[in-house]
Design a protein around this ligand. Structure first.
Ligand code: CA
Length: 505
């Protein structure tokens, strides 16, 4: 019999862990592959995460975008051909919740970052156990470069939550630029009083450098001309790190987060008009694709490509409130929402010789899965905390086994502190969502829509109806138990491990 994700039960792992599918043969194949690697090379793999900002599922050529949407992405497409392309990779609805879920293996209701903190607002990673911390404990050199946005407060800064070194900014692109731009903010840019008022708000206007345990040092104030050079500078910093690590005995974790392509995009001069679309968002994508090419080339030149697992993704869907400075998704709605357009993001894994080339899969992968998966590859799974619930599922066999299948059964969608939906197989049951107009599949999204609750739920078949426009519930009641039991088990975990925020029902 072939495996079926709706008809197959998961296996409990521990009280504090999300249950998962166990594929026995796949586990054996993956374990053998990893053990062979470790014994042949006497080391664990490097882990390189390249995380874009607000880039959409449909932007890259390998996802049907690229040339078709005015910005070819040959480097990312090549990486996807050389590795594994996920069609169902899930972030959270916005930046900080997604990033913290990747870094902790926990959903926002548990790590507490339900929305991005802006202009010095409180909130951050402090109190969480991070991937960087556990990889560091396992002997990895840990480097964060670029956008942070998991708390500006000292205790949440990268050098205090496990990173050996950090070079980047602590918040998000628009916060440094929007009030300086006379086109978007004339009433501030042309007013000395208001400019001073903004400058006195409690956020650092500079990008910074920091070393583990120390304070941040300002590198440069992020004016608009500086902003346009950040991705180039940060790519150079990461390339230098990769070069420095070559020949060393320690494995490393490089968490490289780009400024682009978050609004507002001011491309580096050499990329102005470089895309067929000639639009700043698309020009920025050309630069980001070039940067992926540069990082991969540096790995190759230094003999580290075969020793590095690469993951390229984006932290949420398009921000349609800033269109046309916005990504492309073929799915419904946008950033801020739990429609597929908000949370279904590109996800490409590559590790030559270890992850089979040319494999596309619709298996579910959540950002929370990165935490246990990376720890498994590092041989550090035993270090995972057991005093808190871990939503992530170890997907190492999904990645490493030939034609691997996902270990995740349920994808849970949360709209801040309101439970929104669950996906299993090709079906998604939605109980609450954000939307301004059901008929408008290109809707402005996301952040501006009204909250809706569906007393009976709405059921979408994501294969027949990827834009989620036609509820299928009345025809498909036979599936109801598989959804409600998944939701019930998920809610039980909050009984034993209370959430950081009260749940809205
Ligand atoms: Ca984002």
């Amino acid at each position: 019999m072939t495996f079926d994700s709706i008809a197959t039960a998961t296996v409990p792992i521990a009280e504090h862990r999300e249950p998962a599918f166990v594929h026995e043969e796949q586990n054996v194949a993956a374990r053998q592959r990893l053990e062979n690697y470790v014994s042949t090379h006497g080391r664990r793999p490097n882990i390189l995460v390249i995380l874009f900002d607000d880039v959409g599922w449909g932007d890259f050529g390998c996802y049907g975008g690229g040339v078709a949407v005015g910005a070819p992405t040959p480097n990312i497409d090549r990486l996807a051909r050389d590795g594994l392309l996920l069609t169902s990779c899930y972030s959270e609805p916005s930046c900080s919740p997604s990033r913290a879920s990747l870094m902790t293996g926990r959903l926002p209701m548990r790590h507490g970052l339900l929305r991005p903190p802006m202009y010095g607002q409180p909130g951050g990673l402090d109190g969480e156990v991070t991937l960087a911390q556990l990889l560091g404990d396992a002997g990895y050199v840990t480097q964060a470069v670029g956008k942070w946005h998991m708390g500006e407060n000292r205790e949440s800064q990268p050098q205090h939550v496990g990173f050996d070194d950090f070079y980047g900014f602590l918040s998000v692109s628009d916060m440094y630029s929007e009030w300086r731009d006379p086109y978007f903010f004339p009433e501030i840019a042309y007013s000395e009083e208001r400019t001073r008022w903004i400058e006195n708000q409690p956020f650092n206007r500079c990008f910074v450098h920091a070393v583990k345990g120390g304070d941040t040092e300002d590198v440069e104030e992020v004016t608009i001309p500086v902003l346009s050079t950040l991705d180039d500078k940060w790519a150079t910093y990461s390339r230098d790190f990769i070069k420095r690590m070559s020949g060393g005995s320690q494995p490393w974790f490089l968490y490289h987060c780009t400024r682009g392509a978050h609004f507002d995009n001011y491309p580096l001069e050499k990329y102005l008009g470089a895309s067929p679309a000639k639009h700043p968002y698309k020009d920025t994508l050309i630069e980001l694709d070039d940067i992926v090419g540069r990082l991969v080339e540096t790995l190759r030149e230094t003999g580290q490509l075969e020793h590095t697992m690469i993951f390229v993704s984006s932290d949420n869907g398009p921000n349609m409130e800033t269109w046309p400075d916005a990504a492309y998704t073929p799915f419904r709605c946008a950033k801020g929402s739990t429609w597929e357009g908000g949370v279904r993001v590109p996800g490409v894994f590559a590790w030559p010789g270890m992850i089979d080339a040319d494999h596309t899969t619709d298996g579910l992968f959540s950002f929370t899965d990165m935490f246990p998966t990376a720890l498994a590859l590092a041989g550090a799974d035993a270090a995972m905390p057991d005093d808190r619930f871990i939503d992530g599922v170890d997907q190492s066999s999904f990645l490493l086994a030939p034609e691997g299948r996902s270990n995740r059964k349920y994808q849970y969608y949360w709209l801040q502190n309101q439970f929104s939906a669950v996906r299993v197989g090709e079906y998604k049951l939605m109980l609450a969502s954000i939307s301004d107009d059901d008929r408008d599949v290109q809707s402005l999204g996301g952040f501006e829509g009204v909250a809706q609750r569906y007393p009976y739920g709405r059921l979408y078949n994501l294969y027949l109806d990827p834009k989620e426009t036609r509820s299928y519930l009345v025809r498909k009641l036979a599936y109801i138990d598989s959804f409600t039991s998944g939701i019930r088990d998920h809610f039980k975990t909050f009984g034993k491990y209370p959430p950081r925020h009260p749940i809205t029902r």
